[in-house]
Design a protein around this ligand. Structure first.
Ligand code: AG3
Length: 289
């Protein structure tokens, strides 16, 4: 028998599944005005960040998610200079974006300052680029910030949020996508974490449909493994109005990128663009041919 107190478990009731990590110590617990933040030390995955009972990241594998939230979109855009990250308080996505020398400014807007303070303490490898003069950290409502941002002032908007429950719910909506579109410059790209293709097809198809209705005429989902989120399979969805097709990217620049990654490279990017059959069928049904 497992001793339950030694394991952190995230249960997905609807799917009859769960994922557990053996924990050795609870390092932190804090109820912020927005959510419950917990940090555990684990036996095999380094530190574990949990928000409202959902696994956010571990020291060991967060490169998978953070690299795939940042680099494919950055290398799809012809020359991204002005980037904003909605959510992302742990700063893992920010760190990846700052690796791009062509990026001139990154504004990160997370509603909960508590996440960043906890990351500074327990995941310093994610926050150690924060003093980069190109980075600006705001703790505010990202939906309002995008609404109020100057038209055509951004090249890339990355939505690195929690699941579409709690504070993140408004980030999965047509109104938010419309505001993103007005904030994006021509050729600008929106990329958003879009959950598991195995467990959350409805979130994915709704997202594509809502993005199209908001005025983006191209949407494209990237698939990648994610070892600690429900089902182990994750996705991110890009949207753009006009511009080159979203399955084209600066492959030569990826091959000669002046920085290191753990997972991302040109083959991975190409592979992440491959569309599973069930996914293709579901999208055709929702969007038409
Ligand atoms: N953002 C995506 C979290 C999704 C996890 N869902 C879950 N465990 N049910 C993570 C933030 C990392 N920067």
């Amino acid at each position: 028998m497992l001793e339950p107190s030694e394991w952190f478990t995230e249960v997905v009731e609807d799917e009859g599944s769960a994922f557990s990590l053996r924990v050795t110590e609870k390092l932190h617990e804090e109820q912020t005005p927005y959510q419950l933040i917990q940090v555990y030390a684990t036996a095999g995955f380094g530190n574990l960040l949990v928000i409202d009972g959902f696994v956010m990241l571990t020291s060991r594998e967060n490169f998978l998610y953070h690299e795939m939230m940042a680099h494919p979109a950055l290398f799809t855009h012809a020359g991204p200079r002005r980037v904003c990250i909605i959510g992302g308080g742990d700063c893992g996505t920010l760190r990846e974006v700052l690796k791009h020398p062509g990026v001139e400014s990154v504004v990160q807007i997370d509603i909960d300052e508590g996440v960043t303070r906890v990351a500074e303490c327990y995941f310093p490898e994610l926050t150690n680029a924060n003093r980069d003069p190109r980075a600006r950290l705001l703790f505010a409502d990202g939906i309002r910030w995008v609404q109020e941002s100057a038209p055509a002032s951004l090249d890339l908007i990355i939505v690195d949020s929690t699941d579409p429950v709690g504070p993140a719910i408004g980030l999965f909506s047509g109104d938010f996508y419309r505001d993103c579109l007005q904030a994006l410059a021509p050729e600008g790209i929106l990329v958003q974490q879009s959950e598991s293709p195995l467990y959350h097809m409805h979130i994915l198809t709704d997202m594509h449909a809502d993005m199209r209705r908001a005025g983006f005429d191209q949407t494209r989902t990237l698939f990648f493994p994610q070892t600690v989120y429900p089902s182990g399979w994750m996705s991110a969805t890009m949207a753009r109005r006009g511009g080159a097709p979203l399955h084209e990217f600066r492959i030569a620049d990826v091959c000669s990128k002046p920085f290191e990654t753990e997972y991302y490279n040109a083959d991975i990017h190409q592979g992440a663009l491959a569309q599973p059959e069930f996914f293709r069928r579901a999208l055709t049904q929702v969007l038409g041919a």
